[in-house]
Design a protein around this ligand. Sequence first.
Ligand SMILES: *[C@@H]1O[C@H](CO)[C@@H](O)[C@H](O)[C@H]1NC(C)=O
Ligand SMILES: *[C@@H]1O[C@H](CO)[C@@H](O)[C@H](O)[C@H]1NC(C)=O
Ligand SMILES: *[C@@H]1O[C@H](CO)[C@@H](O)[C@H](O)[C@H]1NC(C)=O
Ligand SMILES: *[C@@H]1O[C@H](CO)[C@@H](O)[C@H](O)[C@H]1NC(C)=O
Length: 761
Amino acid sequence: MAVRNTSNISTIALLLSIILSCPVIVFTQNTPLFACNTDQDPTLNNYTFCDATLDIKTRVDDLISRLTLQEKIGNLVHDASSIDHLGIPGYKWWSEALHGVSNVGPATHFSDLVPGATSFPQVILTAASFNKTLFKAIGKAVSTEARAMYNLGLSGLTYWSPNVNIFRDPRWGRGQETPGEDPVLASEYAVNYVRGLQERDDGDENRLKVAAACKHYTAYDVDAWEGVDRFHFNAKVTKQDMEDTYQPPFKSCVLDGNVASVMCSYNEVNGKPTCGDPDLLKRVIRGEWKLNGYISSDCDSLETMFNSHHSAESPEQVAADALNAGLDLNCGNWLRMNTMGAVEGGLVEESVVDQAVSNNFATLMRLGFFDGDPSKQMYGNLGPEDVCTPSHQKLAREAARQGIVLLKNAFNSLPLSPNAITSLAIIGPNANATTAMIGNYAGIPCKYTTPLQGLSESVETVYHAGCSDTMCGHAQLKEATDVAAKADAVVLVMGTDQSIEAESRDRTSISLPGQQNRLISEVASVSKGPVILVIMSGSGMDIQFAKENPKITSVLWVGFPGEAGGGALADVIFGRYNPGGRLPMTWYPQFFAETVNMTNMNMRPDPTTGHPGYTYRFYRGTMVYPFGYGLSYSAFVQWVVRAPKLVKLPPTESPTIGVGDGNCRNLGFDVVIGVKNVGRVAGDYSVLLISYPPWTANTPQTQLLDFEKVFLAPQEVRLVRFKVDGCRHLSVVDEYGNRNVALGQHVLQVGDATHYLYLET
Ligand SMILES: *[C@@H]1O[C@H](CO)[C@@H](O)[C@H](O)[C@H]1NC(C)=O
Ligand SMILES: *[C@@H]1O[C@H](CO)[C@@H](O)[C@H](O)[C@H]1NC(C)=O
Ligand SMILES: *[C@@H]1O[C@H](CO)[C@@H](O)[C@H](O)[C@H]1NC(C)=O
Ligand SMILES: *[C@@H]1O[C@H](CO)[C@@H](O)[C@H](O)[C@H]1NC(C)=O
């Protein structure tokens, strides 16, 4: 049997390959899948669920009433089953678009029609731009390409992006995917990227261009470290850390971003797998935040619940627990296999299945999947010419430019003048990087501009990799120093790639890999002109040695800068763009990695254990570079133009006002900041408004309140207005997880300017 099957398959495969090799016949499927194809089958017009003029709930209720339990169950999983008698094709839920349409999800393919999609910088670099408009603009470009690919049958409508977990520990291999360590920055990124993906040009909020998903809910930031992996990890999180660090990006994503989905994670939180926790899913996401959409599991989270967390005795009980907790869609097959048994065994009511599958179908209806031929709908005319457009590729380069962070620039040695350079040495394992530039969850880019290619467009270059790969086991010191010694200036492009930091790969060291430090120092010592060290990485590095070495005149961090990274880097090095990126995460010393246990989820320092705490909000140790750090070729001064000195609150007995109990109201005021470019070149500056709350037990030492990026010509002055909501922005979370505003002195700060604000009753 098996043998005959195999030979049949290979015969078919052979026939197919003969047909496919014939250039005239293109076998690529180039029409989208959709339901309610009334052109082909007019009887479908009879169904209420196909009537696009009706509201979504009426349509979903009608559809559910026509389904058997088996059919419903087939639509609880990512590879959903077709319902042939109703003209509903199977739908593949899993597409990804972290920083461009990606083929990591099995619903997306590139083809002869669309060989690639625009690959924007990895998210950590985009976050460094501190530009909300940019976050949204990228989302919008990505959703246009996604919708075009859907029209060609190459992609889905539901995208499991963005990743908004807090980048707590510098060793996390997936930190690169996130918007960094700060809850306010991560929240703003989530809201703007999701809106860019989802919002339609007609402004109809109940309809979706594509559906986004904020993941991985929640407190997920350990992949694989010292024998601990994400499938077994139990994140022990205090109520205080949960409310003021881990949850805010998800809360904003749902409440302010109106996201269509939240994905629960692999790990446990306080002993319970997230995908089976009714408190986290039903009570918080549905109840408090009122998600309009579906809750999905991570891929095989339910299998993990059973096999790794041993959360229940039987597979059916795991299925029932997840559904009863509020899960709607399972990436994997667990619910397909085990839901029937769970219902028959009385472990879950069919009404719970109905609710879950209704949430899934409602999302597809908001996407137009049940409205018939997509080519007759909004976005139906998008096609191959809308992917990798010149304007999208320009935005990819622009995003990288806006994110790149200038960390050091002694003697103003940057920018280089191309006319003054007769020979530029380009050295390092990432000097001619291609795939390293696009990081993980990437697709196939439109094209690459490597650092070497970008820099070679302006000057004569000589190149040597210096190490065979980023691990740099053996630096080729002689060859590299020979090249460097002859050049007018040297650019060293070092750092990491996915072999060092990736999904399922956390780091143990936070220094540059292998012999990279040695290569850098030896090259610098023989160089006769400026030495520019470029760190390409998704996370912070201990480069204290380079910071201190006077021969290394400049340092740039370029994240994983996307397909156009080399062009953007050249723009910065030659001064065609004045860098204004600021670090979205703290750069810790190597000592940190050697002493801090990565599984310690406590954000706050603990003197009894010696835990130094995490991120600029809590960490009290030495740093290589702090959060928010970033230089410019110009200089900016800031001052407080207007802010209240006194804010009056209603009378209260206690020294704090609870935000949750309705007492905290009308605490809104404006803070106006002046910013002036006092240098000689135009440039972007991100104004970061920081607050220091009055100290109560375990409050953050400081927190980002809001930010705004502005462009300033030389000597130009601009006023930036922040709308402060005191209840939201000035509050801190107590040890019970409640948010309160403390009475007393709050300090606001921008740059060197401070302002004292008193909250009184
Ligand atoms: C459905 O529509 C077709 C024509 O569009 C009509 O002939 C038929 O009677 C309708 N009813 C059902 C139950 O199919
Ligand atoms: C740099 O990379 C590009 C793209 O992969 C390749 O075509 C080129 O040959 C490489 N250049 C050198 C000098 O290795
Ligand atoms: C980290 O902490 C956990 C929990 O206290 C402990 O079990 C584990 O052995 C520690 N790991 C290392 C590498 O120190
Ligand atoms: C922010 O990004 C948008 C979109 O790329 C851009 O138009 C704008 O100029 C940027 N703002 C600044 C101050 O650079």
